[in-house]
Structures are given as structure tokens and as C-alpha cells.
Design a protein around this ligand. Structure first.
Ligand SMILES: NC(=O)c1ccc[n+]([C@@H]2O[C@H](COP(=O)([O-])OP(=O)(O)OC[C@H]3O[C@@H](n4cnc5c(N)ncnc54)[C@H](OP(=O)(O)O)[C@@H]3O)[C@@H](O)[C@H]2O)c1
Length: 301
């Protein structure tokens, strides 16, 4: 089969190469992949050499079950499914544990479904870990991106007052943001309760300034790549938290929840770039260079 394989001397450190088909273990289903989505983090892992050469890369894939798991999975050949794993997505076929699979409901297109695993489950779990959101003020930084656009919608749906922050602010009010800002300095000190923080650097420092006592910053990502210099004594005072975040495994149930929201029109996914997987390099550069609003989807053939 063909797959995008980590190749350090290739553009974006990935090459479309012939590799052996995956051999599913008894708890894995084999899926014919039709669409994959790109995430900021996996692009960096390939480009920085963190993922070993020769690995079939990619986390999110949607497709059709070609072979069910040996130990019974409730899935049938031909089912349309969404899948997650820490490698193996960007290939014509993928073997994936049943715990990382969700059936895609009728009415949800596979390219749309493909955007949900990492971005959607990260937004969901970060908000869930932040406690009740009803009538609380939630700031989402990098709100135009994959995680951000879903976090804005889920927080609004949970009853929060949502403040979306991004350079590209278009469409964020329509997703449910009550306030849309391009500069975190516009926020009063100690005026938000929860921060879904995707950008790091200066924005992390400004988000800390805006965080009220008792509040929490979920440090999800670091797209800025810059240093975070906290002015003296800004970390001293009434207790508030900056906590590291990792999405973790076992996405099946949460992916199913998000797919149901999409099926009922309660969650919108914006695909800002879509094309054949042969154009991987162009798509990856567009995402990393902040030229894409929302998600990138590649069609696998
Ligand atoms: N911890 C975890 O388990 C976990 C899981 C998923 C994702 N992540 C991380 O979360 C972050 C967001 O992921 P994503 O998939 O949503 O990324 P994304 O789609 O690329 O969105 C990130 C957003 O951040 C903003 N941004 C990008 N570069 C920036 C820069 N240099 N300075 C300031 N803002 C910048 C962009 O908005 P504007 O250009 O409009 O400002 C962009 O829309 C990434 O760092 C990713 O690695 C972590």
C-alpha cells in the first residue's frame, strides 16, 4: 500500500512511499482510509525529527471497515468509521484498536468526520477538566484553529460566556463566541475563569494576567514557539492554576459524542483546505504558516 512515511530529507519530512500492509492484532480493525486531517502537533513531530524515520505518520483518519477485530467489536465490514492512533493514519489502510474507533452516523460526511479526533477530543477533554462552565467566562486562544473553533462551540453550548482570541477572527461569533478579540490586552486583569490556551509565549503571559483567582489555564499547545516571560510577582498572589494538558488515549466514546453533535447540527466543522494527499507538502505549509482557517483534510486514493 502507499503511505506518507517520515523521511527526514523530504519536503516537510514526509514522502509518499510503498510500504507493507498493516497486520491487525486480535483487538484491531482494519480500515480502508478515505480521508485524513492534519494537526499542528504531528507536523512538528515530523519536522523536528521527534518521530522516527520510516514511521507511517498521522493521527486522524476516516474510512470504511475492511476487516473486523478478531475478538468481536460490534463493527461490520463496510461500516463508515472514524479512527485515532499515534501513527499509521496517513496510509491507504490502517489497523486500529476498537477503543479508538467510532461509527460515523448517516448524514455526516467522512471528510468532515476526519477533522474530529485530535482537535475535537482535545477541546472536549480540556473543557471537561476545567469543571462546570455554566455562567463562567472562558477564554479560547488560537480560536481560529482546529482545537480553538471546537472549544468555542463546546464552551458556549455548556453555558459559558466565551471570549475567542485569534488574529483571524472571522466566523467566530457565528460559532457562539460572545466576544471576539485580536489582542489579549483588551481583557481586564482577573476577568476570566478558564483559558483553553493553544498559543503559548506572550499569549500565555497575557492569559495569566487575565485569569481570575480560582481560575485555571489549560496549557494545550504552543503554536507561537516563543518564550513566556512572566513579569516579577505576577505569579504571586491568590491561588490560580496553570496546568499542563495531554489529550490521552481511548477516544472512541468522545469521538462518538462529537459525531452526534455534528449529525444534529449542534457542532460545525470548518474545512479550510482540502485536496489530494499528493499535495501534502502544500497543505502542511499552509497550516503551519497560519494560512488555514479551521482544518486541513487530505483525500487518500
Ligand atoms: N496537549 C495535547 O494533547 C494537544 C492536543 C491537540 C493539539 N495540541 C496543540 O494545541 C495547539 C493548537 O492545535 P491546533 O491543531 O488547533 O492548531 P492550528 O489548527 O494550527 O491552530 C492554532 C491557531 O493558533 C494561532 N497561531 C498559529 N501560529 C501562531 C503564532 N506563531 N503566534 C500566535 N498564534 C498562532 C492561529 O490562529 P491565528 O493565526 O488566527 O492567530 C491558529 O489558528 C498546537 O500547539 C497543538 O500542538 C495539543
Amino acid at each position: 500500500m502507499r503511505a506518507l512515511v517520515v523521511t527526514p530529507d523530504a519536503p516537510s519530512c514526509l514522502a509518499l512511499t510503498e510500504v507493507a500492509d498493516p497486520a491487525p492484532t486480535p483487538d484491531q480493525v482494519l480500515v480502508e482510509v478515505e480521508h485524513v486531517s492534519l494537526n499542528h502537533g504531528e507536523l512538528l513531530l515530523a519536522r523536528t525529527g521527534t518521530t522516527a524515520p520510516g514511521v507511517v505518520h498521522g493521527w486522524d483518519a476516516a474510512g470504511v471497515v475492511a476487516r473486523t477485530a478478531g475478538n468481536g467489536s460490534g463493527l461490520a465490514v463496510g461500516d463508515r468509521v472514524l479512527t485515532f492512533g499515534t501513527s499509521g493514519a496517513w496510509a491507504q489502510r490502517r489497523a486500529v484498536p476498537v477503543a479508538e474507533v467510532a461509527v460515523v452516523p448517516d448524514g455526516v460526511d467522512l471528510p468532515v468526520a476526519a477533522t474530529l479526533p485530535v482537535a475535537g477530543v482535545t477541546a472536549l477533554r480540556a473543557l471537561r477538566r476545567s469543571g462546570t462552565l455554566l455562567a463562567r467566562r472562558v477564554l479560547v486562544t488560537g480560536a481560529s484553529g482546529g482545537v480553538g473553533r471546537i472549544a468555542v462551540q463546546l464552551a458556549a453550548r455548556a453555558g459559558a460566556h466565551v471570549i475567542a482570541s485569534a488574529r483571524r477572527t472571522d466566523g467566530l461569533a457565528e460559532l457562539g463566541a460572545h466576544q471576539v478579540i485580536a489582542n489579549l490586552d483588551d481583557l481586564a486583569p482577573e476577568s476570566v475563569d478558564v483559558v483553553v490556551e493553544n498559543v503559548g509565549g506572550d499569549q500565555l503571559v497575557r492569559a495569566w494576567r487575565a485569569l481570575a483567582p480560582g481560575g485555571v489555564i489549560q496549557s494545550i499547545g504552543y503554536t507561537s514557539g516563543g518564550p513566556a516571560a512572566f513579569p516579577a510577582y505576577t505569579t504571586v498572589g491568590p491561588a490560580k492554576s496553570l496546568t499542563s494538558f495531554y489529550m490521552g488515549p481511548g477516544l472512541g466514546a468522545d469521538m462518538a459524542y462529537l459525531l452526534d453533535l455534528v449529525a444534529t447540527g449542534a457542532l460545525a466543522v470548518h474545512v479550510g483546505w482540502r485536496g489530494p494527499w499528493q499535495r501534502y507538502d502544500e497543505a502542511a505549509n499552509a497550516l503551519v504558516n497560519r494560512e488555514v482557517n479551521g482544518k486541513v483534510v487530505l483525500d487518500v486514493d
